[in-house]
Design a protein around this ligand. Sequence first.
Ligand code: ADE
Length: 220
Amino acid sequence: MFHAQILTLFPEFFASPLACSIPKRAIGAGLAVVDCIQIRDFATDKHRSVDDSPYGGGPGMLMKPEPVVAAIREARSRRPESRVVMLTPSGVSFTQEKALEYAAASDITLLCGRYEGFDERICDYVDEQLSLGDYVLSGGEPAALSVLDAVIRLLPGVLGSADSAVLDSFSEEGILDWPHYTRPEEFEGKRVPDVLLSGNHAEIEKWRKEESLRRSAKRS
Ligand code: ADE
């Protein structure tokens, strides 16, 4: 079973997306467990503060080291084998390859920040830093959710047909998926390519391969 822990100030962020569709099915079937740990529970001062202003001045607030590191320690004591991943725009890019790696590891702890980011010293307490892409979100939560979704659908038994994840875009050496069509045969003057209606499976396979390569080349 895949086990995820999420360190966050907003556990409620995850409730609705994980109660839909594929994640819901995976969790319901006992193939994945997602536990949230509220970082604020580890604040020690009387205001239960988790953020503070940056030394040297400048805008915004930073996540304080004490509560975050205490929350990481709690996560590590609950799941000693779990890899602790900090979500931050300065991390390495999340890819399908990473998703496969996390699915295989079957235990992950995702650390979500808010405000302008983390006190730099917190980095020493995590195993890796991961970014969803070159843009700034208002917190790590949407990034953690994307990671969870991408990983959960790869877990054995989660997707209906045995090969539907294998045929995804990116699963094969960074190659994108081919274009897909369903009924009707013609929509607002746009026709489904004839080859797909031909019933010639060798030709269809050849066309799909070519289209995948064409798309991948076009995007890179
Ligand atoms: N937190 C804020 N922006 C982020 C991003 N792009 N990736 C991961 N975590 C983030």
